[in-house]
Design a protein around this ligand. Structure first.
Ligand code: PMP
Length: 436
């Protein structure tokens, strides 16, 4: 096939130069700036099914899928139709709407892990509200999070471990008061001993443990389910609430998310991405009792001008309805596994240092020979391989998120044929990166 020279991305390049006049770094979310890979970011003008087209009219098979929301692919007809019909009647009223009820009902009636839900407008907002709720219920303020899990740009969660084990966090962004970072204890994933010691020492101050049950923001750090069960049991033991941050895994690994996948009942679950069908929606949910603490029923205040906006509710409803069709998740998982298995077999055949990590329709190429379960097992130097791979893939029409720490998403719109085409290109590019 003809390759797309990076130098041919002239319109994207020009638009990026222009964007730098308006936006810090030319972007409205940092990873979009392509800092960790080659070339200017692609300016995308259209998406159809599993393909996106940039301003230079190059088309790519897309495995970023807007960072996860588009489980049905781009421009899904049923989502588009209901959104168009809804927009024609007005875009926002700041009142309850029937569509909000429809989406709320669809979710709580098909999810055994929450009784009530509150819609917000982003994943960050969902997490921020969930923390407040946990603090409001327990009257305690500290939070345990895990190295390698991302929970949005919430002040007290933009932290990494301080020096020494189980120390209070150090912020990873300027502008975060030390006192906020010190409310967070950062632990490594998969370390039960340290978890127990930390809870023994600090549980009187700890409101909650927050975890991505499918950690998918620092590679795909799939956990042994027994670690997640251990979190659940320890939280009961020490009077601490367990928050599953399912902004990625919610409606992705199954309609009931990771809670359903692993059969574990957290106290609060946060959602984002898929729940809005490509529109800005986040949410958090829990039992009747837990959610009774939220205003106006309870004392924990949380509000939003555009919360449960009807257009976003329409998109979410039209999308989630399709996920409930029999066999939806099984089909998607089978396709993704076939892709992952093929790439893994290729790596073994050619003796490449690559381990393909996959769950449901999420995959990640780890440039190591073994399974990776903790952030510190990722070799930062291997990201150079990703950078080269990303460039070669872009030249041949395959789009992965522009960082080696980002996972890939397969959508229902990727056919077996699309995936075979992508796999052939990926194999060729892997060979170029590692063998030439
Ligand atoms: N939690 C998790 C697990 C996420 O993956 C993300 C976003 N990648 C967020 C929270 C924040 O969501 P948003 O970007 O919508 O604010």
């Amino acid at each position: 096939m003809d390759t797309i020279s990076l130098e041919n991305r002239t319109r994207s390049a020009a638009l990026f130069e222009e964007a730098k006049n308006y936006f810090p770094g030319g972007v409205n979310s940092p990873v979009r700036a392509f800092k960790s890979v080659y070339g200017p970011p692609l300016f995308i003008k259209e998406g159809q099914g599993c393909r996106i087209t940039d301003e230079d009219d190059h088309t790519y098979i897309d495995f970023c899928c807007s960072w996860g929301p588009l489980i049905l692919g781009h421009n899904n007809a049923k989502v588009r139709d209901l959104v168009t019909e809804t927009v024609a009647k007005g875009t926002s009223f700041g009142t309850p709407t029937r569509l909000g009820n429809e989406l709320g009902k669809l979710i709580v009636n098909n999810n055994r892990y929450i009784d009530k839900i509150r819609f917000v407008s982003s994943g960050t907002e969902a997490v921020m509200s969930a923390l407040r709720l946990a603090r409001g219920i327990t009257g305690k303020s500290k939070v345990i999070k895990f190295e390698g899990c991302y929970h949005g740009h919430v002040d007290s969660l933009l932290v990494k471990a301080g020096s020494g084990l189980a120390t209070f966090g150090e912020s990873t962004s300027a502008g975060i008061p030390r006192a906020f970072a010190e409310e967070t204890i950062v632990l490594p994933l998969d370390d039960r001993k340290l978890l127990e010691e930390t809870l023994q020492k600090y549980s009187d101050d700890i409101a909650c443990i927050i975890v991505e049950p499918v950690p998918a923001n620092n590679g795909l750090l799939l956990q042994d389910p027994s670690f997640l069960e251990c979190l659940r049991l320890k939280c009961y033991k020490y009077g601490v609430l367990l928050i599953f941050d399912e902004v990625i895994s919610g409606f992705r690994v199954g309609f009931e998310g990771a809670a359903g996948y692993y059969g574990i009942q957290p106290d609060i679950i946060t959602y984002g991405k898929i729940i809005g069908g490509g529109m800005p929606v986040g949410a958090y949910g829990g039992s009747h009792e837990v959610m009774s603490h939220i205003s106006p029923d309870g004392p924990v205040y949380q509000a939003g001008t555009l919360s449960a906006n009807p257009v976003a509710m329409a998109a979410g409803y039209a999308a989630l309805k399709q996920l409930l069709e029999p066999g939806f998740y099984e089909g998607l998982e089978a396709k993704t596994k076939r892709l992952a298995d093929r790439l893994q077999a290729f790596a073994l055949r050619h003796d490449l240092p690559m381990h393909v990590q996959q769950i449901a329709s999420i995959f990640w190429l780890a440039f190591t020979r073994d399974r990776v379960v903790r952030a510190d097992q990722i070799d930062a130097a291997s990201m150079e391989h990703f950078k080269n791979l990303h460039r070669e893939l872009l030249r041949r029409g395959v789009y992965l998120g522009p960082s080696g720490y980002e996972v890939g998403f397969v959508s229902a719109a990727h056919t077996e044929q699309d995936l075979d085409e992508a796999a052939s290109i990926m194999e060729k590019c892997l060979h170029m990166v590692f063998k030439t």
